[in-house]
Design a protein around this ligand. Structure first.
Ligand code: CU1
Length: 132
């Protein structure tokens, strides 16, 4: 008789445990994670913004030397030389400070036009930004 009681009691215990686990997953956990639920509806067709263009200053050259961008674009120059350089607009529209190795300068071009620039420390270094 004792063995029979034991085998009857065991399935009942499993069912109770299963129901308890199901209740935990269905009701308790979602209540504890409202932030995770709030993030769930992600816009499926978000178009990633095109990365802003980069110009590398390397071997005493601006690369690419000429860049065409739409109005509103932010262009970033990064000095990859060990020598300092500047990014200086010929028409004094923008002027970076002296950029040491791995330092960067950014400028946002909001007005269409052709912008020539140079390095004040090495005037043979020139570049052009065409804004459409
Ligand atoms: Cu320079």
């Amino acid at each position: 008789m004792r063995i029979l009681e034991h085998t009857i009691a065991k399935p009942f215990g499993w069912r109770t445990a299963l129901a308890g686990t199901a209740a935990l997953v269905l009701f308790v956990l979602p209540a504890l994670l409202p932030a995770a639920q709030a993030q769930a509806p992600t816009p499926p067709l978000m178009v990633a913004k095109v990365a802003d263009p980069q110009i590398t200053i390397e071997n005493f050259e601006f690369n690419p030397p000429t860049l065409t961008v739409p109005a509103g674009t932010t262009v970033t120059w990064t000095n990859r030389d060990d020598e300092p350089h500047t990014v200086t607009s010929s028409a004094k529209v923008f002027a970076s400070p002296g950029l040491d190795a791995d330092e960067a300068f950014s400028y946002t071009f909001s007005t269409p036009g052709t912008y020539t620039y140079h390095c004040t420390l090495h005037p043979h270094m020139t570049g052009t930004i065409v804004v459409k």
